[in-house]
Ligand binder design. Structure first.
Ligand SMILES: N[C@@H](CCC(=O)N[C@@H](CS)C(=O)NCC(=O)O)C(=O)O
Length: 186
């Protein structure tokens, strides 16, 4: 089994956490570099990480990869858990789009219609977790931690002052060995 990914991607990290204790190869690349894009093209049309290669099958998209790995362990997620995981993915998806608005000089101040919509979605999603962070499953906590750590790493915004409960969750979680061993290189 081989995982293609980067050490910064929150989507890759959540799969690394799921694969903890299993034997697999981790091939790293930079998804947005010309070299990385070339390699990713050889694995499939989407050119995104993560990709999990199992025998001849190239599995893309972290949610589908997670479902595949859980199925192998005989684990079925509840509908509520799937919905929460989707919301956490939306946090990442939205922040990546906001990040691109800035670094690609599309709307550096986040003032255009698209940025405003993205921010609205981000805050209404984070509001949900500010109210429920102490009721999350291990997997939900892992995905949320990966997202918040990526937001912090990329310095996307000051989410901490708006979300004190999420900040406390983030600071406590930071000490866990599983997060230290998959930490984003800084
Ligand atoms: N929905 C995808 C999102 C994956 C994704 O956006 N990965 C980023 C890295 S964090 C990427 O590969 N970006 C390259 C690109 O969009 O060209 C998943 O869950 O796997």
């Amino acid at each position: 089994m081989k995982l293609i990914g980067s050490t910064t991607s929150p989507y890759v990290r959540k799969i690394r956490l799921l694969l903890e204790g299993q034997d697999y190869e981790f091939e790293t690349l930079q998804a947005l570099s010309p070299e990385g894009v070339k390699t990713l093209k050889s694995y499939g049309p989407l050119m995104r990480v993560p990709i999990l290669i199992v025998e001849d099958q190239k599995i893309f998209d972290s949610t589908i990869i997670a479902e595949y790995l859980l199925e192998k362990k005989g684990i079925t997620l509840s509908l509520q858990e799937k919905l929460n995981l989707k919301l956490i993915d939306e946090v990442c998806d939205t922040c990546i789009e906001l990040f691109k608005q800035k670094v690609w000089n599309i709307d550096t101040e986040w003032k255009d219609k698209r940025s405003v919509k993205l921010l609205d979605r981000l805050f209404s999603t984070l509001d949900v977790f500010e109210g429920s962070v102490d009721q999350l499953s291990d997997m939900e906590s892992d995905w949320l931690y990966c997202s918040l750590d990526w937001l912090t790493f990329r310095d996307i915004m000051d989410w901490q002052s708006r979300y004190p409960k999420l900040e406390s969750f983030y600071l406590t979680s930071q000490k866990l060995e599983k997060y230290k061993s998959t930490a984003i290189p800084r």
